[in-house]
Design a protein around this ligand. Structure first.
Ligand code: FES
Ligand code: FE2
Length: 391
């Protein structure tokens, strides 16, 4: 007897309705937001194949700096090796599978706490006590499995797929919008993580890049950045790994806080046009990134189940903003503003997920202000297609 599966030909065929033009398309089938089997499928089809953002390279500036992060149940170490390069590797000890480290720190080697197998910063097994009687034991065979690493504008991306094509060329539609931010030399003072948020990772991505709700769910607080001023400036292309829009402001130097104005130093190279809009971008399946005149912001999205995610949130500023003696006070003001949006968004995404479980969950229709969702659907469906089981 074969187990019932959600990965049917009918479900595959039904996805086609979500990748036509925005005027004709229907929203994605609810099952792909709730099914544990579908997340397992996405783990192989997306998370094991695509570039996954793990944070800012500035988090590990010195040789020996490291931190760990868990993505789709895979504990990983991100470390700066002796040559100064960022490395990514599995944290799973190749002896009996304990995690060789957890958290963050600076070390010259990684010594597994369980039996003291000791690994170099680039994952080679350097030493393993009392193994001299073990037949044909060759340390070279027991290094920590390596992941590909690519840095893009100060963000570290890793890839489980050794054959993955480079990331940067697939982000070229968007990078011109970031040139004047000099992101490689911008500063992220730290991140915080919201654990176990009760919605599917795609609900998070869709909400982040949803201009349609801007001055509706966020009425009053986002009136300076209305839904009608969303634009999708560069035509979609199927080889792109970034989905983005610009979100115009009704005045220069807008800010997502009670004053509707910037609080921190504006990035000094921005043009007047750039100071009169935000951009919102998705680099699926892990990075949501946005810009405003005085700050950039990012969400690192990590599914912990079909209906739960951890979200690590960070802000990026021009270095001069942190030299301001009032930086902490300004940060508190800025945070208080963002919190209003966050609470409204969390209420919406929690209830969307609840709705997607309903027998009455829709295949809805889109507004022209939701063009981003069609692009996201195309990105997803192309990858689902490539991995869909036969028959
Ligand atoms: S599990 Fe790591 S040394 Fe044994
Ligand atoms: Fe929102």
């Amino acid at each position: 007897m074969t187990m019932p599966t959600v990965l049917t030909t009918e479900l595959r065929t039904s996805l086609d309705a979500s990748i036509t033009d925005v005027g004709s398309a229907a929203t994605l089938p609810p099952a792909i937001y709730t099914s544990p089997e579908f997340l397992d499928f996405e783990t192989e089809a997306l998370f094991m194949k695509e570039w996954l953002c793990v944070g800012r390279a500035e988090r590990i500036p010195e040789v020996g700096d490291w931190f760990t992060v868990t993505i789709v149940d895979e504990p990983l170490i991100i470390a700066r090796d002796k040559a100064g390069a960022v490395r990514a590797m599995s944290a799973v000890c190749q002896h009996r599978a304990m995690q060789v480290c957890d958290g963050q720190g600076n070390n010259t080697t990684f010594k597994c706490p369980y039996h003291h197998w000791n690994y170099s910063l680039d994952g080679r097994l350097l030493g393993a006590p009392a193994m001299e009687k073990t037949v044909d034991f060759n340390k070279a065979d027991f290094g920590l499995p390596q992941l590909r690493v690519e840095e893009w504008l100060g963000f570290v991306f890793v890839n489980f797929d050794a054959d993955a094509a480079p990331l940067a060329p697939t982000l070229e539609r968007y990078t011109p919008f970031l040139d004047n931010y000099d992101l490689e030399s911008a500063v992220c003072p730290g991140t915080f993580t919201l654990e176990g948020m009760p919605w599917n990772w795609k609900v998070m991505f869709e909400n982040f890049n949803d201009g349609y709700h801007a001055n509706r769910l966020h009425q009053f607080v986002q009136d300076f950045c209305p839904s009608s001023m969303s634009e999708f400036p560069v035509p979609w292309s199927d080889d792109s790994n970034v989905i983005f829009r610009t979100a115009g402001y009704t005045h220069i130097d807008g800010g997502f806080n009670a004053t509707h104005r910037v609080i921190m130093d504006v990035f000094p190279k921005l043009t007047e046009e750039e100071r009169t809009r935000s951009t919102f971008a998705l680099v699926p399946p892990t990075l949501c990134f946005g810009t405003a005149p005085d700050q950039c912001f990012f969400f690192l999205v990590r599914p912990t189940g079909p209906e739960t995610i951890d979200v690590e949130i960070g802000y990026i500023f021009h270095p001069s903003a942190l030299e301001d003696p009032l930086f902490e006070q300004k940060m508190a003001l800025s945070d208080a503003g963002v919190q209003v949006f966050v609470e409204q968004d969390q209420d919406a995404t929690t209830k969307v997920q609840q709705g997607l479980r309903s027998r009455f969950a829709p295949r809805g229709r889109y507004s022209w202000q939701e063009e981003s969702h069609i692009q996201f659907n195309r990105w997803l469906v192309a990858r689902y297609d490539a991995a869909w089981p036969e028959g």
